[in-house]
Design a protein around this ligand. Structure first.
Ligand SMILES: Cc1ncc(COP(=O)(O)O)c(C=O)c1O
Length: 384
């Protein structure tokens, strides 16, 4: 009976391989007999400083009124985003994490016969969101030097059946980055029937020299959506909140598909306060820059390759210690398992087509140090 029911789900749903997130601290503590405070988690590109104190205060105040539904239109949060970035409110869609925005895009613009295009080694949700609505994914080769997005390969893959292009900048899990001007030119050349989703989940970590303002492009690009997250630099991953910025016509459609109360009251209050906590943002940026240097130097001293990263994580090339490694050697999984046993959670990226790499989120100085120590021991055992 249950089987008959499962058979009625569309083939494309039954074929979905579930998202693999970072292993939770509690699970690893139980499995290896650690206390939770002994675990170092560098697996999900979270903010190692936690959340802004102003956001925490706002969240606590909002917790007094949880018997009521949230504001379904997110008036205050939208106003705050509009004010901070000089945007009309009718260009903003709020999401239960920016993941929600990506799914709203898929529900709105994709269907069987209308698919999406993205690069190899792109964020896993692009494939999932496309498949969940029966769209076809076209995955183009990455730039072999950066392992990141190759704009000409993406442009060449567009057909009349393309509904969406997913482009993360900086990209996860590679950390690679494309200058804003290149993306602007790419967008100008795209057919107006294709929506470019510019996923800027990590944009707050860009150095001033790399920053660009894609919000300025919306006015003359009705086929652009920019997604942003409060989970990374703003430190609100557990609350689930993000937003999309697009032409009012696109925004109107997304809001028809959106669940009425998709962003909860605590998340709305915390995000509104976090937006204007510039001190916390600056401290998070500085911590990330320092951690990036610390991890890069430490890993290189162990003879490991580190891809240049503009995000809050690094992609480590383990094959520099085993140059003849084949994909089947799955060095990423081996090192991930060995680090787990030492209480350090990282992220293997075999499911991103990078079996001999490991992604490591940038932590506090102490967390980075603990990871480097464990990594040194693992390297010594694997490659004496
Ligand atoms: C490139 C990219 N986009 C979007 C997300 C989703 O973030 P969230 O739903 O927490 O805003 C992530 C999370 O890791 C990401 O790496």
């Amino acid at each position: 009976m249950a089987n008959d029911l499962a058979q009625r789900a569309p083939d494309y749903i039954r074929a979905i391989a579930p998202y693999q997130g970072g292993r939770p601290i509690g699970e690893i503590a139980r499995r290896f007999g650690f206390r939770e405070d002994q675990i170092v988690k560098l697996a999900s590109n979270e903010n190692p400083l936690g959340m802004s104190p102003k956001a925490r205060q706002a969240m606590l105040e909002a917790s007094q009124d949880l018997g009521r539904y949230p504001d379904g239109n997110g008036f205050e949060l939208k106003q705050a985003i509009a004010k901070k970035f000089g945007l009309p409110e009718n260009t903003i869609t709020l999401g239960n994490g920016s993941n929600d925005i990506l799914e709203l895009v898929a529900h709105t613009f994709l269907k069987p016969g209308v698919g999406s295009v993205y690069s190899d080694h792109s964020f896993a949700v692009y494939a999932l969101a496309t498949q969940a609505v029966g769209g076809q994914s076209v995955v183009v080769p990455a730039d072999p030097k950066t392992l990141g997005n190759d704009l000409s390969a993406l442009a060449a893959a567009v057909t009349p059946n393309t509904g969406v292009i997913w482009l993360a900048n900086p990209n996860n899990p590679t950390g690679s980055f494309l200058p804003g001007a290149e993306i602007r030119t790419f967008l100008k050349d795209l057919p107006g029937s294709v929506l470019l989703v510019l996923d800027e989940a990590y944009t707050e970590f860009l150095s001033p020299a790399d920053r660009y303002n894609a919000f300025d492009w919306i006015a003359d690009a009705p086929n652009l959506l920019i997604s942003r997250s409060f989970s990374k630099a703003y430190g609100l991953a557990g609350l689930r909140v993000g937003y999309g910025v697009a032409h009012p016509d696109v925004t109107d459609l997304l809001n028809r598909v959106r669940q009425p109360f998709n962003v909860n009251s605590l998340a709305q209050a915390a995000a509104t306060a976090a937006l204007f906590d510039e001190d916390f943002l600056k401290t998070s940026y500085d911590c990330n820059q320092a951690g990036l240097v610390q991890l890069t130097k430490g890993l290189e001293a162990l003879g490991l390759g580190v891809m240049p990263s503009r995000g809050n994580f690094v992609l480590v090339d383990l094959s520099t210690r085993q140059p003849n490694a084949k994909p089947i050697d799955a060095l990423g999984s081996k090192v991930f398992d060995a680090l787990l046993a030492k209480g350090v959670i990282t992220r293997p990226v075999g499911n991103y087509g990078l079996p001999n790499h490991l992604r490591v989120s940038i932590g506090t100085a102490a967390e980075n140090e603990a990871f480097l120590k464990a990594m040194g021991q693992v390297a010594q055992t694997l490659w004496p």
